[in-house]
Design a protein around this ligand. Structure first.
Ligand code: NAD
Ligand code: USQ
Length: 408
């Protein structure tokens, strides 16, 4: 198939490009290096040394003999993106090309509007370009499980059947996202649903959980093909951060009570999921399809304990600490989202407990000299007022009283 990967220089986009190229698809990537520039702005960086997109594409060609086409430009620029879609004529677009960070979107008004413009306008351009230049194309759009928030009922896969005043309907599941970033994904979902309804645009919205892992078969071919790995407060997920903290000897930064529960999946399973969505498109004329894309759920405290156990296998002693929560979120809540549709299509999940050492910790140890400890302590707060101030440790489950959080 002709596959266009938006955000093809990113954490997920680059491994997806290689994976599809290896399967024999004609692959092109689009990126404008926003993610690399946001790191320059924040003074942080990927732990894994990543090559430029040009170098990645060249190395891929050297190693496999396969070509990945490259378009450098901004999806917000209609002139650019409509020409890419018109000329490449994709059969599937995998849309990863957005800013993915909740904390970054909460820094201040400038970051919130920047993230909204980038994500919502970019996605709208893609919808119009598909309508006008590739109407048969299947849009596979990365949304997030965080669109749903943490309601006190089970989360359905996109839609919920409701009976109200004696009448029944199947309606989009209510959304209560937890950051301005997560809100952009809700706006995208609504825009895609509308485009599907009025133009018949074929779309799958993948509400993805938190992805972990650095290793894929293609990444492992050559270290110059490595994907990024972030651990700073803006772009590092809790699990990535805990792995780095374990290796540098900082008590794991569990925010608040640590009962916040999320869905997780291995990066190799992200590749399987987008492939399954692409090879099994929704039938013509059907409404926007929604998959909840994750394989396991864990509370933050469970994650910390998994990291502690995995590190112990490598002879590393890890402490867990409770920090004052810089976010405004439910710290204790119900969490039981359905996620059967991708399993029904054949997804074979990998599990965190079995794969953390191999998928993450060995690579963190390999690159531990690159760790910038100053970027581990959180400073971005959801509630206004104390941004930039020290975040205090309010409670500690540590074994050693001397341990300090460096980087303040
Ligand atoms: P990433 O930041 O590593 O990749 C996104 C890429 O898109 C970057 O290379 C960036 O430069 C590019 N990009 C952003 N705006 C662009 C624009 N206007 N024009 C051109 N390129 C642009 O993020 P990721 O972790 O690979 O996530 C990919 C997608 O998956 C995002 O939409 C994210 O919200 C979603 N997602 C990620 C996770 C996760 O755990 N990584 C979980 C759920 C959903
Ligand atoms: N957390 C800690 N300690 C930390 C960092 C985070 O306890 O050091 C907590 C947060 O308070 C939150 C939970 O861990 O309760 C998850 O936070 P996260 O930073 O790991 O993930 P999140 O901000 O939700 O964002 C990530 C990706 C985003 C994706 C989302 C999927 O960055 O792109 O959309 O996961 S989901 O969580 O399902 O919304």
């Amino acid at each position: 198939m002709r596959v266009l990967i938006l955000g093809g220089d990113g954490y997920l986009g680059w491994p997806t490009a290689m994976y599809f190229s290896k399967q024999g698809h004609a692959v092109a990537v689009v990126d404008n290096f926003t993610r690399r520039r946001m790191h320059l702005e924040r003074g942080s960086d990927s732990l894994t040394p990543i090559q430029s997109l040009h170098e990645r594409v060249n190395v891929w060609k050297q190693v496999t003999g396969k070509t990945i086409e490259m378009f450098v430009g901004d999806i917000q620029d209609w002139d650019f993106i409509h020409r890419v879609i018109k000329n490449f004529v994709p059969e599937a677009i995998i849309h990863y090309g957005e800013i993915p960070s909740a904390p970054y979107s909460m820094i201040d008004v400038h970051h919130a509007t920047f993230v909204h413009q980038n994500n919502v306008i970019g996605n709208l351009n893609v919808l119009f370009a598909i309508r006008d230049f590739a109407p048969a194309c299947h849009l596979i759009k990365l949304g997030t499980m965080g669109e749903y928030g943490t309601p006190n009922i089970d989360i359905e896969e996109g839609y919920i059947e409701i009976e109200h005043n004696g009448r029944r309907d199947t309606l989009p599941f209510p959304k209560q996202p937890g950051s301005f970033y997560h809100l952009t994904k809700v706006h995208d979902s609504n825009n895609i649903m509308f485009a599907n309804r009025i133009w018949g645009l074929q779309a799958t919205d993948l509400n993805q959980g938190v992805v972990y892992g650095i290793e894929t078969d293609e990444v492992n071919l050559d270290d110059r093909l490595l994907t990024r790995f972030d651990y700073d407060e803006s772009f590092g997920t809790a699990l990535n951060r805990f792995c780095v903290q374990a290796v540098v000897g900082i008590p794991l930064t569990v925010f608040g009570k640590g009962q916040q529960t999320r869905g997780y999946l291995n990066i190799r399973d992200t590749l399987q999921c987008v492939e399954l969505a692409m090879l099994n498109p929704p039938s013509a004329g059907s409404k926007m399809r929604v998959f909840n894309q994750f394989t396991e759920s864990f509370s933050v405290m469970q994650l910390a304990q998994i990291v502690q156990r995995a590190a112990a296998h490598l002879g590393i002693d890890v402490e867990i600490a409770h920090y004052e929560n810089p976010r405004v979120e439910s710290e204790v809540h119900h969490y039981n989202p359905k996620h059967s549709k991708l399993l029904d299509l054949g997804l074979k999940p990998r599990y965190l407990e079995n794969s953390l050492v191999e998928s993450v910790l060995t690579r963190v140890i390999q690159f531990k000299d690159h760790i910038i400890p100053d970027h581990i302590v959180p400073r971005i707060r959801w509630s206004e007022g104390d941004k930039g101030e020290k975040v205090d440790i309010v409670e500690r489950e540590a074994k050693s009283e001397e341990a300090v959080v460096s980087g303040d």
